[in-house]
Design a protein. Sequence first.
Length: 214
Amino acid sequence: MAPYPKNLVIATKGGWKRTGPGQWLHDASPNHLREAVEGSLKRLRLERIELYFLHAPDHAISFDASVETLAELRAQAKIRHIGLSNVTREHIERARKIVPVVAVQNRYNFADREWDYVVQYCEQNKLVFIPWGPLGSGNLSYPEVTRIAQARGVTPMQVALAWLLDRAPIVLPIPGTSSVAHLEENIGAAELELTDNELAELSRVKKKFTRRGA
């Protein structure tokens, strides 16, 4: 067995194939997903992966076929829970007719709210929503973020993460880190409670996107 703490949930994903240095090919075919899961089990030294995500729907492969493959792997006890990434509400609903889905991972932050309706769907159906890109490219330079951070004596990153944590109880940000100090900074965001006015101010700077698959 792997030397992991008992309360640590190991999550990973599949649906892309490495074809060379820095080169990836989208592949959510049943054969590749089976190979990817077996490879992850071996590299992670696990008997079962607690949470396995389909990285994204593959336009060259039936979405249902991809999900059915993960359902088979779940039935074989090689994965415990299934998640979906980069999906619309329609994808989630289709997948849930095949197998239980516990988590959704889409791009989302205070200034990039294209997937608001997916967050709402997850909240209504008690699915965990894991926003990737929680800080957003260039979002921390917004004057609203800077002003709030300076007024509260915190960092812009903590302000952005605090907005996400307030968005809904099912939201679980994944900001990433490269140091212990950065990790502690991220954790500190959980203690920051933004006011209603601050939350509203951040929400007003959202970018405009075309909603897909509602």
